[in-house]
Write a protein of this length. Structure first.
Length: 140
């Protein structure tokens, strides 16, 4: 699975925002482009862990941790429909590719972020992962 969807892949996914989960919702309103920031194979269980970050053409709201996507990365990612884009790094969806009700394993990635920008994303995401904050678990 990780060969087909390497780290930094841009795919479509029904991302559930944290505020939606807090309202008790289990389903998102729409599919959106997302970045598979981390795809980690677990050979013992034969599963692939996914850390999924949402991408938007709307600027982040006050207090929302997001990075603006550089124009070159917008093109690499296959997001040319966006004049400007942001990737949210203050929250994420966690899913397991092989067991997911939401992740479509037969889709073809739109594109992929380059290694330098992906590293910038990971550095911004690291404190959220370490503090175990912002996780919306889609495996339930």
């Amino acid at each position: 699975m990780t060969d087909r969807f390497p780290n930094g892949s841009i795919v479509t996914y029904p991302y559930l925002w944290r505020w939606q989960e807090n309202e008790g919702r289990e389903h998102s309103e729409k599919d959106r482009p997302v970045c598979l920031a981390i795809t980690m194979a677990d050979a013992r269980q034969n599963i692939t862990h996914l850390v999924i970050l949402p991408i938007s053409g709307t600027p982040p709201f006050q207090g929302q941790a997001a990075l603006e996507i550089p124009p070159l990365e917008i093109r690499r990612a296959g997001l040319s429909m966006l004049k400007r884009g942001w990737i949210t790094v203050g929250e994420y969806n966690y899913d397991i590719a092989e067991r997911s009700y939401f992740f479509e394993p037969n889709q073809i990635p739109r594109g992929q972020f380059g290694p330098s920008f992906l590293e910038e994303i990971r550095q911004a995401l690291r404190p959220i992962l370490i503090a175990r904050q912002g996780r919306v678990d889609r495996t339930k």
